[in-house]
Design a protein. Sequence first.
Length: 153
Amino acid sequence: MKKLILSVIVLFSASVMISQNADAYMEVERAALKTEKKAFVADAMDLTDVESTAFWALYNEYNDKQYVINTKVYNNLKDYAEHFETMTDEKALELWGSHMKHMNELSKLRNIYFKKFQKILPGKKVARYFQVENKIWVLINAQIAIEIPLIRE
């Protein structure tokens, strides 16, 4: 868990960097976070051999779809950073509107996969998996909240 927290901190500290290498660096960090997350999930889930095959296939599918949405979130953060010094009312509303849209996409995706995981795992394991996902999500969002400054007047 400590390694995962450190990966999250590094990942989102990098998210506000605006440079030619920021995107390449971010992809390296995202890959490291993906590996750490998978190890954390594996440790938390205690899956049987039968459950494991179906779980990891669905996990990978779900995480691939989350990755697409999280890329939109990252791009929105980059847009925020690029416009931070010259932020207008219109741009602020545009960025927050995009943020809400992406959060809605993630919520819909979670609901879809919550039902899919119920088809392959017992209820307690489904709930445990989504608890793990939530813990990771909260860590990431807490770090974003710490790292990203509020819009100035």
